[in-house]
Design a protein around this ligand. Structure first.
Ligand code: DC
Length: 239
């Protein structure tokens, strides 16, 4: 069977976006990070002064906001460009205010229904690597391949801390760890689509693996689903 839809789930900083992007590039597939959509709604709510606790207003915003994710329009290290109602919000959606509020927004049932509907439409054509928290369980339960990436919370906090330091931010590791624990707790305990290992997913613990090692495992999984064709054995008659 040719692998066409690939779902990658896992907690924050488990390596989903790095691995998802590389795998998509290798296969020539579309890479789509669904976290971007929850972040875009959160940022738009903050910008427009919509209180994050106002579930009804945030849900209405999710339904009306036009989110576009396209190949990078600027060469500044971005994996893609995100527009909301035509405005480039690619870096804005990575701000700490968004990190602090996105778990609340992504727990709203109506917000999820709307974004899941859009995600299914995006994935309908196949040839896609879709990354998130509920892709293998809710968005694409029939995906050809489901991968769940994991790592200890300390290692994931260390990766986030390093990333942010490299971007020139003055960040404290203990603070990053504390926030990571809190986000994990909200993402895993929410009522709607909590973070879990989807049925049929292969779990890869990336705590002690390099990106290259994770890629090798993921590529092996793709190859196992899609073995190269073996030509029938030829018998050579003797004499
Ligand atoms: O992967 P990320 O950090 O960009 O995700 C941002 C938030 O959105 C995070 O709190 C989990 C949530 N999310 C989700 O609930 N479902 C998804 N498919 C993707 C992200």
């Amino acid at each position: 069977m040719k692998v066409s839809t690939i779902a990658i789930d896992g907690p924050a900083a488990s390596g989903k976006s790095t691995i998802g992007e590389r795998l998509a590039r290798r296969l020539g597939y579309l890479y789509f990070d669904t976290g971007v959509m929850y972040r875009a709604v959160t940022w738009a709510a903050l910008q427009r002064g919509i209180p994050i606790e106002d579930e009804e207003a945030v849900t209405a915003l999710a339904r009306s906001l036009h989110i576009d994710v396209v190949p990078p329009t600027v060469d500044d290290g971005r994996q893609y460009t995100v527009f909301t109602d035509g405005e480039d919000v690619t870096w804005a959606i990575r701000r700490p205010e968004v990190d602090a509020n996105v778990s609340v927004v992504s727990a709203y049932r109506g917000v999820r229904e709307e974004l899941v509907r859009q995600q299914r439409r995006i994935a309908a054509g196949g040839r896609i690597v879709m990354v998130g928290r509920d892709i293998g369980s809710v968005v694409l339960p029939d995906a050809d391949l489901k991968i769940y990436l994991d790592a200890t919370v300390e290692e994931r906090a260390r990766r986030r801390w390093k990333e942010r330091r490299e971007r020139g931010e003055d960040v404290d590791y203990e603070e990053v760890l504390r926030r990571m624990r809190r986000r994990d707790q909200i993402d895993s305990s929410r009522e709607v689509s909590p973070l879990l290992v989807p049925d049929g997913a292969t779990v890869i613990d990336t705590t002690n693996l390099s990106i290259q090692e994770v890629m090798e495992r993921v590529e092996r999984l793709v190859d196992e689903q899609d073995p190269p064709e073996v030509s029938p054995v030829q018998t050579i008659a003797d004499g």
